[in-house]
Write a protein that binds this ligand. Structure first.
Ligand code: ACO
Length: 554
């Protein structure tokens, strides 16, 4: 059974909430949560047969190749055969350190076809970030490109590697992934799993420790499909482009899985983000529905109104995630692109669940994150776990028992205090408006939001103190008009080292290489001491308060 999406009048939001039924949500799947489900079948096989395009890949030079759902079915079966020959079995984890290329889709769908679990590794990560994630998941194989391969040499106990080479033959011991795909059979019967079985292994940064594993069960497909229909409002006349990288949740859930699940093509562009290439691709491929983060939208605005002119009136809807959306962006997009841009809120742990829905009719207030997506009951809690009413700040939480689309059930192999008392506490401070919409206030912990990335200060501090010049470090986010926050480090130097711009640059380069290219401290202060509690815990909030006050006085 192929699920078809039709251009339709937008149903009313409150009607959709009242009529929400998990059975109807499940009718959007071919398989069954109890008896048999396969994510590759849902995202690929069931849409094959009509020659429909599934994937448009643009190289960094903007060379375009299109793949149909039949092509992806064939590739997924070949990949599943390659993985099976490497000893991968249902439930095993396959990690992908891959840029936005067709091989990433082959790896993801091939893993799912085999009943295995896909773990994304962002290509900006350094060995430290990769090592921790591989150790957490117990991945049995890593698929990567030759340009990323050297990072894996630095990882003790790295699992076997399948590499996609440019010209050179892969290193001894590595699987030549492309040659193996070509040689493999295009037949592989999908392994049926159940709704509770895992199909993705994500990770997320916290305040105090290293990133935590977020296991994603197959029943999350229901929530991903609901977001695409209700919030993105994807219909069959749309050309959808989500510019987020599938190395992260928003990209993997909604640039790859979501559109394919609904039988709609998706777009992968391998080049880095620029306003010019973004406008060019919108124009060339006829994009009508765009998704990304406010930093990307601010960079579009910074390119000026003339750059936007060729695509004015072309975008039907724009969806924003990862950082709160400023009213100024909403105004600019309406005026210069003729496009409504809506704020959507979510986390790796649950997907998007508070949205200004494009697919459902309801008033949209600038500055608000929106309303709970049908299928989630969203509440605001005080410190004692009591539900609060309008205009009372508290922590945004999900009422687990009354949220049939909620799929998160705890971090991998560790206690999850955020799930106490029947709620999942997001750690984000918000308040309800009288109309039921949610206004975002900020994080209630030290997690940094920069360019739509969630950055754990502890990760950056740990990378910094690996450098011989650093004895101690404290890392915070400081407000930034372009990137929401930027990472700032306060560093105590070891004896014999002196603070200088040269040393600061060396520390930035060190964090970029060891941890990740996106998480390095743009600002570094060398200090003699750090504010601490009597028990010796660094008080990052004191540093943050001082920075905010400094900015206010500037
Ligand atoms: C539930 C959810 O998941 S919600 C949303 C999830 N968040 C996201 O998807 C992230 C959204 N952000 C982005 O896509 C990007 O930040 C953009 C498009 C907004 C801006 O891109 P950029 O201008 O390239 O900045 P970005 O912050 O990504 O990069 C920071 C640095 O890392 C580098 N970098 C980024 N990606 C890579 C990569 N894959 N490989 C190597 N380096 C990289 C950049 O070159 C940059 O280096 P520089 O500071 O020396 O110039």
């Amino acid at each position: 059974m192929t699920q078809t999406i039709t251009a339709r009048a937008r149903p009313g939001y409150h009607d959709a909430v009242a009529r929400f039924s998990i059975h109807e949500a499940m009718a959007g799947l071919q398989g069954d949560l109890e008896t048999g489900l396969n994510a590759c079948v849902e995202c690929c096989d069931r849409h094959a047969g009509a020659g429909r395009v599934a994937l448009r890949c643009l190289t960094a030079d903007e060379e375009l190749t299109e793949y149909t759902f039949e092509d992806l079915r064939d590739l997924s079966a070949r990949a599943a055969n390659v993985f099976h020959a490497q000893g991968i079995r249902p439930g095993d984890v396959i990690a992908g350190l891959l840029p936005r290329r067709v091989e990433l889709v082959a790896t993801v769908l091939g893993a799912w076809r085999l009943g295995a679990v896909y773990q994304p590794l962002f290509t900006a990560f350094g060995p430290k970030a990769i090592e921790h994630r591989l150790a957490t998941s117990g991945a049995k194989l890593v698929v990567t490109i030759d340009g990323q391969r050297a990072k894996l040499d630095e990882i003790p106990g790295c699992p076997p590697v399948a590499v996609i080479g440019a010209d050179a033959a892969p290193a001894p011991g590595d699987v030549d992934f492309r040659a193996a795909l070509d040689a493999a059979s295009p037949e592989f019967d999908p392994v049926m799993r159940r709704g509770e079985d895992l199909f993705m292994m994500m990770s997320t940064s916290g305040t105090t420790g290293l990133p935590k594993g977020v296991p994603v069960p197959l029943r999350a497909l229901l929530a991903f499909g609901a977001y695409m229909r209700d919030a993105i409002g994807l219909n069959e006349t749309d050309t959808f482009w989500n510019i987020a990288d599938p190395g992260w949740a928003y990209g993997l859930y909604y640039a790859l899985t979501g559109p394919l699940l609904l039988g709609q093509p998706t777009i992968f562009y391998e080049g880095g983000f620029t306003a010019e290439s973004t406008y060019r691709i919108i124009d060339r491929l006829g994009v009508t529905s765009l998704a990304g983060s406010p930093t990307a939208f601010r960079l579009l605005i910074a390119a000026g109104t003339e750059a936007a002119e060729p695509v004015k009136g072309r975008l039907r809807v724009v969806s924003s995630a990862g950082e709160p959306l400023n009213p100024e962006i909403i105004r600019w997009f309406a005026e210069n692109l003729g496009a409504p841009i809506h704020d959507h809120y979510g986390q790796t742990e649950m997907g998007m669940c508070v949205n200004n829905h494009h697919g459902l009719e309801h008033p949209v207030r600038a500055g608000s994150s929106g309303l709970a997506m049908p299928g989630y009951r969203v509440v605001v809690l005080d410190d004692d776990g009591r539900e609060l009413g309008p205009n009372q700040p508290g922590v945004l939480a999900i009422d687990m028992a009354k949220s049939p689309l909620m799929w998160f059930s705890g971090y991998l192999n560790q206690a999850t205090p955020a799930l106490a008392g029947g709620y999942y506490r997001t750690g984000d401070s918000v308040e309800f408006e009288p109309d039921g919409s949610i206004s975002f206030i900020g994080r209630s912990d030290d997690v940094i939001t920069s360019s739509g990335y969630r950055i754990g200060p502890f990760d950056v501090e740990s990378a910094l103190i690996e450098h011989p010049a650093v004895v101690e470090a404290a890392v915070i986010g400081v407000p930034d008009p372009e990137r929401t926050e930027i990472v700032k480090a306060f560093v105590i130097l070891a004896k014999g080292f002196e603070g200088s711009e040269t040393l600061a640059e060396e520390l930035r380069a060190h964090v970029k290489k060891r941890l990740s290219a996106h998480a390095y401290p743009k600002l570094i202060d060398f200090v003699a001491d750090l504010p601490k509690t009597p028990s010796g815990k660094i008080q990052r909030f004191i540093l943050r308060k001082a920075e905010v006050e400094k900015q206010a006085q500037a």
